[in-house]
Design a protein around this ligand. Structure first.
Ligand SMILES: [Zn+2]
Length: 191
């Protein structure tokens, strides 16, 4: 049976490019120009996967992710998001909202996106509980000192409240091996 994909993208050029590629790869492709349209399509038919742009007019991709991941009828559908440049804030927000992975629009070729989609669909039985892992980093071991100085992390002490900064790791399931994006944050200030 053909896999059915919902392609949510406001740029007609990009939409058309991915549609042709996915149709060639034997996918049934339904398109939506914005988040509103995506939600409507999701209420009308069932999909195996969603390829979702984040920056869109009317309703953006984050809102769509929120709706999908909080609706028990939709929450099992894997959502792969398009990030414009792979900015950590964008990626972190999408992953914490339940996206299974992300592709960087500017640098990822449609072929590679299709490969990712296939990989995700072949692993569909594996349920990824998207979690965040909070770690404490010991100072002065290996490259910790250099890391703190290169990124002006103030020896991993929060500048506002002087609490220790913790390392938050967010899993990225689009890679085969254990792969994460991470950032330092203060648990007290939550920043
Ligand atoms: Zn703080």
């Amino acid at each position: 049976m053909r896999n059915k994909i919902l392609l949510v993208e406001d740029s007609k050029v990009i939409q058309q490019m991915y549609r042709s590629k996915l149709v060639l790869e034997q996918f049934t492709v339904i398109t939506a120009d914005n988040g509103m349209e995506a939600i409507k399509k999701l209420s009308e038919e069932t999909f195996d996967i969603i390829l979702l742009d984040l920056m869109m007019p009317i309703m953006d991709g984050y809102k769509v992710l929120q709706v999908v991941k909080t609706d028990p009828k939709l929450s099992k559908i894997p959502v792969l998001v398009f990030s414009a440049k792979g900015q950590p804030e964008e990626v972190e927000k999408a992953i914490s909202l339940g996206a299974i992975g992300y592709v960087i629009k500017a640098t990822t070729k449609p072929n590679e996106v299709v490969e990712q989609i296939k990989k995700i669909l072949s692993q569909k039985t594996v349920v990824h509980e998207v979690a965040q892992y909070i770690l404490d980093i010991k100072q002065d071991v290996y490259d910790a000192k250099k890391l703190a100085s290169d990124f002006k992390l103030n020896n991993f002490i929060c500048q506002k409240c002087q609490s220790p900064m913790l390392l938050k790791l967010i899993p990225d399931f689009s890679h085969e091996e254990a792969w994460f994006s991470g950032r330092f944050f203060c648990q007290k200030c939550q920043s």
